[in-house]
Design a protein around this ligand. Sequence first.
Ligand SMILES: C[S@@+](CC[C@H](N)C(=O)[O-])C[C@H]1O[C@@H](n2cnc3c(N)ncnc32)[C@H](O)[C@@H]1O
Length: 264
Amino acid sequence: MTRNRRTRSPIRSLRDLDLDAHLRDPTIKQRYVTTLFDAVARRYDRFTRWFSFGMDRGWKREMVDRVVASVAHGGTVLDLACGTGDLALAVGQRCGLAVKVIGIDAAPRMLDVAQDRCRAAGVVNVRWVRGDMMAIPLPRSSVDVVTVGYGFRNTPDYGRAIDEIGRVLRPEGVLLSLDFFKPTRHPWKLLFPLYLTVAGRLYGWLWHREPEAYGYIARSITPWITAGEFEHALTRRGFIVQQMSSRFSGGIAIHHAELIALAA
Ligand SMILES: C[S@@+](CC[C@H](N)C(=O)[O-])C[C@H]1O[C@@H](n2cnc3c(N)ncnc32)[C@H](O)[C@@H]1O
């Protein structure tokens, strides 16, 4: 007997998961985050460009310029929470074969998009790995530069991710992070979450007929930290923050940090 069963869209299945409960509880947060990014993978790049009015390209260009300067003589670059591969691909293309790039992400569908883009662009020095940035599948001191684009906020335990980065980076290796944070001053303290909520719901409705599809972004900022607090977290875990550039009163920030070399 054949049954006419309608498959539920992955976006709609998010409705079954209580977002606030998942954000509160680190033991289940990853399940929500991975389901979400798998569901939006094919639209993620377009969403990011529109949502940021194209500014995301400039922020990522700044990240990549910093990477290029740090591996001028070759090396290994690890892009954590690589998603659809923006940073890893740009680094692979700009640095050429002297630099080996590894992109790691938890969501298989985001990695599928990254792999398709990589093949289409003919980039051969980037390897894609499914993995967890809180348990990086690489040996100690094996990486020269780590990049993380909008990744820390999405992990259940960003402190563990920083510790892991400290383990795989070589002494004096560089960590570059681009992320949303809680703005510290008005008017952005009010406007930033308001914009993220309204625009997230609008694009969710337009593209998936599901306002909650991108509602996660705004909701994930409220329990999150400020850019200054993130700087302290890096410092406590053995990094020196060389530079922090921020926009919208700390709503977006790039942290450029270096792992302190321990005296022998
Ligand atoms: C907002 S996207 C950022 C993608 C990309 N870095 C960019 O800048 O466009 C966040 C990514 O973090 C990934 N992610 C979430 N938790 C993770 C974890 N524990 N380990 C690795 N990746 C994770 C998600 O699957 C998603 O692809």
